[in-house]
Design a protein around this ligand. Structure first.
Ligand code: SF4
Length: 219
């Protein structure tokens, strides 16, 4: 029988949402702080970091899709970053009429000093035992994948959606997974969320891999 505290308790999903909204407040504050010292707003900072993770020039719509912001917002932000000498515009390689953007040398130097997590949240996360950090990373990977499946965020270059991923292919608890591209075993800590070598798995393999990966998490 539930006691009075348990009876008035909110649904767990609601409490998770509340906790995440508190984290979001910290992330927003961190973001203004860490990007602000470089004279950037959070959107401009995120654009720079996204371009920094890509080795090729990207079209404006690719940047807008990735960050889930409108095309005019990206266009304005890119314009400011070009004025600051951090981003350059060129013709897209596959279409001379389209524009693609990439970091300038100054932009690349700045990106090395930007912190995606932010100081406060980074400090809070580092207080968690290593094993909890890995578990949280794995859980967040699942949440990201669910959001992708629901079409709420663009597809990320994650192991769990990659054709080379072989989840739980090994009996080794430290390194249960396998990357068929580099033919190497790896553990949860090494799961990638933005891998340059990522190749999307077809629908069948992606679902099969997900079931194998998620069933091990469920236990
Ligand atoms: S290629 Fe990259 S994303 Fe794909 S399984 Fe290997 S490490 Fe993961």
């Amino acid at each position: 029988m539930k006691n009075s505290l348990e009876q008035s308790d909110l649904p767990l999903v609601q409490k998770l949402g509340h906790a995440m909204s508190r984290i979001q407040v910290a992330m927003r504050a961190d973001s203004w702080e860490s990007f602000g010292v470089s004279g950037l707003n959070p959107t401009q900072g995120q654009i720079l970091m996204f371009l920094g993770r890509r080795s090729v020039a990207l079209r404006l719509n690719e940047v807008a899709d990735e960050l889930a912001v409108s095309a005019p917002t990206v266009s304005d932000s890119i314009g400011t970053l070009v004025e600051k000498g951090l981003v350059k515009k060129n013709k897209a390689q596959d279409d001379g009429r389209a524009i693609a953007v990439s970091l300038t040398t100054t932009g690349k130097k700045l990106v090395k000093n930007l912190d995606s997590l932010g100081e406060s949240l980074g400090a809070a996360m580092s207080q968690l035992p290593h094993i909890e950090q890995i578990q949280l990373y794995k859980t967040l990977t699942r949440v990201v994948r669910e959001l992708q499946s629901a079409g709420k965020i663009p597809m990320a270059r994650m192991c769990v959606t990659c054709q080379y991923f072989r989840p739980n292919a090994h009996g080794d608890a430290e390194r249960p997974h396998h990357c068929a591209l580099v033919d190497a075993a790896f553990g949860d800590r090494t799961l990638q969320v933005d891998c340059a070598e990522h190749e999307p798995a077809d629908e069948y393999l992606a679902l099969q891999n997900w079931e194998t990966f998620a069933s091990a998490v469920r236990g």
